[in-house]
Design a binder for this molecule. Structure first.
Ligand code: GAP
Length: 418
């Protein structure tokens, strides 16, 4: 894990948030390669779940919502973790993640406070006056932006059941102890689907979505042997869920939740009806009686997907370290390099190839630093699938060397066939 974190920082994938001021716990900044990877993962998700289907509707809703949202959803009352404090050193911990029979891991004394429930929503003030009425929250899940737009989507599109509403975006949780790199952050990105179904069919639709989740994980190249389904016992399901399957992954920090699939019943729409006084009923086109649909929710966390992908692709082969990204996810697709950096004719030919690929919309990087061996090593570390080298032969026959990241094999290819 340390090696991956260090590579991520050194090579411009992920930096600690506000590092220059000593950091801010639980926040992370994506560098040029990290943001490209993240956008590609999110793009693959959008294409798979939204663009390639005709039963899904995309939305992008506000992060700050009317606080009644969180009363209706139950978050105001129940979105909390148990907190304990060491009375000696004032370090705070999640009571469910620590053995209170033991001494404080921070100072070694044993003087625990009582357990208190700590609400994880971040508060903010809307408008210029700070009073009880101006308090609002940064959303702790993207899901509620979807539920509160259910009626809008019905009115605008009148879709057939089952159909889904999808959203990608930031979520915020004031985690008591953010930890394990980006795994538990205070600001992170979710990709959620609320899939509205006839309650009679929820089991079939649940199984279909579960199979599609596995298909998606395969598409982004996540190691199948490290993926496990955990049927969450009814007593441990979230307050809104009647059945939950956690998709777990063997991270380097241990087996942990990657994403969740929950049967949320009509919990959310019924709560919105109560809080807003507006009907959330769906009117079937065949004239049968209106009803409030039930919901199945696949909920993905982008940071955890990125961690699972990095764990899958990080490869060591003797002294060689490389990231074996699938081609569709690699932040950089090609490296273009002149064999020698002090030969203007090689540089200008290499520039031509570089610009040609750029023009075609490829993700391409230029490198003429150090020697070719070092350039390959750098390219491997950031997971570039192919390195194109322009040498003296190129000037004669318009062919270049293409080196494969995984096999290190080199072949000669005509520029026109790249
Ligand atoms: N709408 C349902 C929901 O939010 P959740 O299990 O609390 O369910 C869904 O969160 C997913 O969001 C998790 O499976 C995980 O991938 C991601 N996630 C949750 N908390 C996170 C955190 N503090 N840091 C990074 N990702 C997180």
């Amino acid at each position: 894990m340390e090696e991956i974190i260090s590579l991520c920082k050194r090579r411009g994938f992920i930096y600690q948030g506000s590092e220059i001021y000593g950091g801010l716990a639980g926040t992370w900044d994506y560098g040029p390669l990290g943001v490209e990877l993240k956008r590609r993962v999110m793009g693959a998700w959008w294409e798979f779940w939204v663009e390639s289907r005709d039963d899904m509707y995309g939305v992008d809703t506000a992060i700050i919502m009317n606080p009644r949202t969180w009363v209706a959803s139950g978050h105001a009352a129940t979105f909390s973790d148990p907190l304990i404090e060491c009375k000696n050193c004032h370090a705070r911990f999640r009571a469910d993640k620590i053995d209170m029979e033991n001494n404080c891991p921070n100072c070694g004394k044993k003087d625990w406070s009582d357990v208190k429930q700590f609400n994880m929503m971040f508060e903010t003030i809307v408008g210029p006056i700070k009073d009880d009425k101006s308090v609002a929250y940064l959303r702790p899940e993207t899901a509620q932006g979807i539920f509160t737009n259910f009626k809008n989507i019905i009115d605008s599109f009148y879709p057939d059941l089952p159909f889904g509403i999808c959203q990608q975006g930031k979520a915020f949780r004031n985690e008591i102890s953010p930890r394990d790199f980006v795994f538990r952050s205070r600001e992170f990105e979710q990709m959620e689907i609320e899939y509205f179904v006839n309650p009679d069919n929820w089991e079939t639709e649940f199984d279909k979505l579960l199979a599609q989740i596995h298909e998606f994980l395969d598409l982004v190249g996540i190691d199948k042997t490290k993926i496990h389904e955990l049927e969450v016992p009814a007593t441990e399901c979230a307050h809104y869920s009647k059945r939950t399957i956690d998709i777990e992954f063997d991270f380097l920090i241990g087996r942990e939740e990657l994403l969740g699939l929950a049967y949320r019943t009509d919990f959310d729409l019924k709560n919105i009806e109560r809080e807003s006084g507006k009907s959330m009923e769906y009117r079937p086109k065949d004239g049968t009686a209106p009803f409030v649909p039930h919901v199945i929710e696949p909920s993905f966390g982008v940071e955890r997907l990125i961690m699972a992908i990095l764990t899958t692709v990080y490869t060591k082969d003797g002294d060689r370290v490389y990231l074996k990204f699938p081609k569709n996810l690699a932040p950089v697709r090609y490296l273009v390099s002149p064999l020698l950096k002090n030969k203007p004719e090689l540089i200008s030919k290499a520039r031509e190839v570089y610009k040609g690929l750029r023009k075609r919309g490829e993700r391409v990087m230029w490198d003429d630093s150090g020697n070719i061996g070092k350039r390959y090593a750098k390219a491997d570390e950031i997971g570039i699938p192919e390195c194109i080298v322009i040498d003296f032969e190129t000037l004669e026959d318009d062919t270049v060397t293409v080196r494969d990241r995984d096999t290190t094999e080199q072949v000669r290819v005509k520029i026109g066939e790249l």
